[in-house]
Design a protein around this ligand. Structure first.
Ligand SMILES: [Zn+2]
Ligand SMILES: [Zn+2]
Length: 450
């Protein structure tokens, strides 16, 4: 402590977490239904988990930045003896330039906050006096007794967005008019759209439906725009008022005193969830702007889908909030097995069982395979002398390859040779004759017939 004693109060620590991060995803978390799990699956809730993870990461990732005393005159670009009018016009110019809703540069938000802090101090005679004599640390805690009056206590700066709105909201008559064409400025940006969650639907297909493709009517349950309030969540006939907790800023600045100094933390307003507004909730949707509904969707399943395939139907998930984009619908495919045909990607496997006599002499068998649009029976020639375990390939009789027009896999037929466990007396006699024939002509098997 001793090495930093004089500056202990002067060194301000502030979390890096920026306003956007605080107001964006965390207000999603606060939304009562945004994290609803998808019906009959954990898919929707995995989105919620992701949000929680992001939230956690944000908390873990809040590095603390040590900041030296700021030169408020330099920040506003005014001389040390600048009059109030000059200070005001410097603020007006810079605040509009660096407002994070307008300026997308990475350090715009920090600049904006510095500009606001500088203006807050320099536009107030008393604060400016303290600053001139003691620097920024004079404005921080511990100067209550030094005649700083209201600057005692926590000694933190006001919310920069409050200052901005007080300045422009009142002074310019036209409200946010100064931001014409720039997306509506702070108020609208705080009410930024929240996209809807994705939804999952599990679809079980017959073997042939998956192989050849099919059309399916499915009925999905998802959140749709509330028709009573047209998705606004506000009771028709009422108007939202400015949130009394955050005065419309959508966020609150919390100061936490620690042994290292002051932590200044910007958090999403718990009362309004970052919107900056309080309103009478719509009775139909309880203020969410969305209600659960169901819709029939015609789904075209392409040929070649397989167990675990996922079809995405754009925009058919949950409706977004505040005009946010709707989520997508993901159809998860599972496939019923076929009694004879086994599938391995685009390849079909099946077995045929033939007698040892047929294996030796050759034969023709009927096998079930894939036709153009349906299963078909074809004759498969088994050549003479086929060994047990032989695989015969029926080229291009496999599954259409997903997403390619005419490419197909092969059908592999595995030949099993049946050895009888018991045979009739006559058969046995013939077999013994056969054996005699083979032992008296041993050369036949090794050297052929000659
Ligand atoms: Zn409603
Ligand atoms: Zn609020």
């Amino acid at each position: 402590m001793s090495t930093v004693a004089p500056g202990a109060a002067a060194v301000a620590f502030r979390p890096v977490a920026c306003r956007k991060a605080a107001a964006g995803p965390s207000s999603r978390l606060l939304a009562p239904t945004a994290a609803l799990p998808a019906r009959g699956s954990g898919f929707g809730s995995s989105t919620a988990q992701q949000q929680r993870r992001q939230h956690k990461r944000r908390q873990l990732g809040q590095r603390l930045v040590v900041r030296a005393d700021r030169d408020f005159y330099q920040i506003l670009g005014v001389s040390r003896d600048a009059d109030k009018k000059t200070i005001k016009s410097a603020y007006r110019q810079l605040a509009r330039k660096f407002h994070p809703d307008v300026n997308k540069e990475a350090d715009a938000e920090d600049r904006f906050k510095d500009i606001s802090a500088a203006y807050e101090v320099l536009s107030d005679d008393e604060k400016r006096g303290i600053y001139d004599r003691f620097g920024e640390q004079g404005l921080k805690g511990g100067f209550a007794g030094a005649g700083a009056g209201g600057m005692g206590g926590m000694g933190d700066f006001s919310n920069p967005f409050d200052i901005f709105e007080t300045f422009f909201g009142g002074g310019m008559g036209g409200g946010m008019g100064g931001f014409g064409g720039m997306g509506g400025g702070a108020a609208r940006a705080r009410n930024r759209p929240i996209p809807g969650d994705d939804q999952r639907y599990d679809l079980r297909l017959d073997f042939t439906e998956a192989v050849f493709g099919c059309s399916k009517e499915i009925e999905v349950s998802r959140l749709e725009d509330c028709s009573t309030c047209s998705g606004s969540g506000v009771k028709p006939g009422t108007t939202p008022t400015t949130c009394s907790t955050c005065k419309g800023a959508g966020q609150v600045v919390q100061a936490v005193r620690t042994p290292l100094g002051m932590f200044q933390q910007v958090a999403t307003c718990p009362t309004c969830g970052g919107t900056g507004e309080q309103s009478t909730p719509c009775g139909t949707c309880q203020g969410d702007g969305r209600v659960r509904g169901s819709k029939r969707i015609s789904l075209r399943v392409p040929p070649g889908v397989d167990e675990g395939s996922r079809l995405r139907v754009r925009g058919e998930g949950d409706a977004g909030r505040r005009n946010g984009e709707a989520g997508d619908l993901y159809v998860f495919i599972s496939v019923k097995p076929h009694p004879e045909l086994r599938r391995e990607g685009a390849t079909i496997h099946s077995d045929v069982e033939i007698s040892y006599v047929d294996a030796i002499l050759g034969t023709t068998v009927k096998v079930t395979t894939l036709g153009t649009n349906e299963l078909s029976q074809v004759d498969l020639k088994i050549p003479a002398g086929t060994q047990p375990g032989t695989t015969l390939v029926m080229s291009k009789r496999g599954v259409p390859k997903l997403g390619t027009a005419n490419a197909r896999g092969d059908h592999l037929v595995h030949v099993k040779v049946k050895i009888p466990k018991s045979i009739s007396g006559e058969e046995k006699k013939l077999m013994e004759q056969l054996r005699e024939l083979q032992t008296s002509k041993p050369a036949a098997s090794s050297r052929g017939w000659f």
